[in-house]
Design a protein around this ligand. Structure first.
Ligand SMILES: Nc1ncnc2c1ncn2[C@@H]1O[C@H](COP(=O)(O)OP(=O)(O)O)[C@@H](O)[C@H]1O
Ligand SMILES: [Mg+2]
Length: 290
């Protein structure tokens, strides 16, 4: 049997190169306040992978995507075991566009901080008079350039996004920028509408796209997971203040209230946390976790 080692280990995910394709594996690691905790949240990776799988299918009428299969029997033998089941995606290897396609439906986080200072979001003027967590009149596209290792991602205006893509793909900057903007907004709007009907607000999210061998733009990475998005429980939503996050709030609150935590959660806290991930998954997808 051929053995594989990850070509990349992210905070949460591990990427394996299997020729023309990649296997992206979501682990059970969790980061809070940008720190990877000592504990794992058992099955969290399965929630992330199976949620992405659901959304890829839900949005395939808008844009093609990289998903091939989440069934390990479609993957090399190395992956056909319990360690990988339910949490791995076999995807088409793409040439990635180095832009994080952020869509914001509600004003929160760094966008809210910037707005309070300058009435702009990502350097672009926004309607006056919004309060914290308020819904924008229309969702906005606020791209950032993907940093080379060690640098920070940088927010860019739409015109800067065109220029940035143009330097890497001469003659294509304008076309690629407008396509990834339009796809991102269309996916967000469709999925946020759907999620709202199921009791979850998708406040904002991040997409990534790549090019296939024919130069087509393809939706890649993970889609609309709690790691790439802010999910809020709709029944607790109230503008004018910050919102509880669907998945991590409980763990974050515990860490805040227990200063001697040394980045380790007690078992009952990890239990409540996974229950929240799974209940969010069921609300959104109507599926059971496998
Ligand atoms: N289909 C794909 N082909 C090639 N690269 C991909 C594909 N899907 C996702 N990626 C890349 O895989 C990597 C996933 O790594 P990740 O753990 O998110 O770390 P980071 O975002 O810090 O690079 C990202 O660089 C992402 O752009
Ligand atoms: Mg990433």
């Amino acid at each position: 049997m051929q053995e594989y080692a990850p070509v990349k280990q992210g905070k949460v995910r591990e990427i394996y190169d299997v020729g023309d394709n990649l296997v992206i594996v979501a682990t059970d690691r969790i980061s809070c306040f940008d720190v990877i905790l000592d504990n794992e949240i058992t099955n969290k990776g399965k929630v992330l992978t199976q949620m992405s799988e659901f959304w890829f299918d839900f949005t395939k009428d808008i844009v093609p995507n990289h998903m091939i299969s989440t069934d390990t029997s479609d993957m090399p033998e190395f992956f056909r075991n319990e360690k990988f089941e339910g949490r791995s995606m076999l995807v088409k290897k793409l040439s990635m566009l180095p832009v994080e396609c952020i869509v914001r439906g509600y004003i929160t986080g760094t966008a809210w901080k910037e707005y309070v200072k300058s009435q702009t979001v990502c350097k672009t003027p926004v309607v006056p008079g919004l309060v914290e967590s308020q819904k924008f009149p229309e969702a906005i596209f606020t791209p950032s350039t993907k940093a080379e290792i060690g640098d920070h991602d940088e927010n860019v205006s739409y015109d800067e996004c065109i220029d940035y893509l143009e330097t890497r793909f001469p003659g294509k900057g304008r076309e690629y920028a407008s396509k990834i903007r339009d796809y991102s907004l269309a996916i967000y709007n469709k999925c946020a509408d759907y999620a709202r009907g199921r009791g979850i607000i998708i406040a904002d999210t991040k997409f990534e796209f790549g090019l296939d061998e024919d130069g087509n733009i393809v939706l890649a990475d993970e889609v609309l997971t709690p790691d790439s998005s802010r999910f809020w429980p709709a029944d607790k939503y109230e503008s004018g203040r910050s919102q509880e996050s669907f998945d991590k709030q409980y763990a974050r609150d515990w860490l805040t209230n227990n200063k001697d935590h040394s980045w380790r959660l007690p078992e009952d806290v990890t239990k409540v946390t996974i229950d929240k991930y799974i209940s969010g998954f069921k609300m959104l997808t109507g599926r059971e976790l496998r």
